[in-house]
Design a protein. Structure first.
Length: 260
């Protein structure tokens, strides 16, 4: 069985027995796909080694796409390999596998299109650079501002958004399957879905910010007009809901894919 879940941010209790009430009893026949912000690759050290050891001991296989809160420099240290028709990086042997951007995979007889990444929306206080001579001064100002900020290559990475080359590779791969897949796995959503999500949150009095449009949400908007799929799963927005009948926003839930 293939299950889908959302942002973990380095907290993996949902994968432990009894960790979440919605978590099934996972076996060696199960695969879990995380829709970005897994948070496993964040910083090297004892905690990282312990997390890798934890996943190495699990019976299930964990697949994931990049979010915006990932250490992309650490990710780049792992070689790119071919797996089930697309490009991947094996992070913890065959137990934790990163599904690269713009790839089409055949998994358990179904076709998956994957494209990770998103624009961080928790950087209103700016992104600071440790190599800046004024870093310490700017850091103190940022700490006193009360606004969220990040530090380049420590808590924020420019690779959170894709390059033109990655987007073009996605187009080529989708053309090879006539733009027909079963499932789409991403971290963020298209412009249209972001607007729908804003409307839903506004209606329930939970809209605290508007979602920025960027090169990635624009590309997903392009796909909405030409890609055939049964369900689009995404994370990033920290809610569990169906935005509509074909778009499932997922955070804490762990649900089986909707078979068609």
């Amino acid at each position: 069985m293939i299950y889908i879940t959302g942002d973990c941010h380095g907290r993996f209790g949902r994968f432990m027995s009894g960790g979440f009430s919605c978590c099934p009893d996972l076996t060696e026949n199960d695969t879990v796909i995380v829709c970005g912000d897994l948070g496993l690759l964040w910083a090297k050290g004892e905690s990282f080694e312990q997390d890798c050891e934890f996943f190495a001991k699990q019976s299930f296989t964990l697949l994931w796409v990049q979010g915006n809160h990932e250490n992309y420099n650490m990710i780049d240290e792992y070689p790119v390999e071919k797996w089930h028709g697309g490009k991947v990086r094996h992070i913890v042997r065959d137990k934790v596998i990163l599904l690269e951007r713009g790839q089409v995979f055949d998994i358990e007889g179904k076709r998956y299109f994957t494209f990770g990444g998103a624009q961080s929306h928790d950087i209103s206080g700016g992104v600071l650079d440790k190599d800046d001579p004024l870093f310490e001064h700017k850091y103190n100002l940022a700490m006193g501002s009360g606004r969220p900020f990040r530090i380049l290559n420590t808590s924020w990475w420019k690779q959170e958004l894709p390059t033109d080359t990655e987007i073009e590779e996605a187009r080529v791969n989708l053309e090879s399957c006539d733009y027909k897949v079963d499932y789409v796995i991403t971290h963020c959503a298209s412009n249209t879905i972001q607007l729908k999500l804003e409307d839903i949150k506004r209606m329930h009095g939970r809209l605290h910010e508007l979602y920025a449009q960027n090169i990635l949400t624009d590309f997903f908007e392009e796909l909405e007009g030409k890609l055939e799929y049964s369900m689009w799963y995404f994370g990033h927005y920290h809610e569990d809901m169906y935005v509509d009948t074909k778009h499932r926003l997922i955070y804490y839930d762990m649900v089986p894919v909707v078979w068609n």
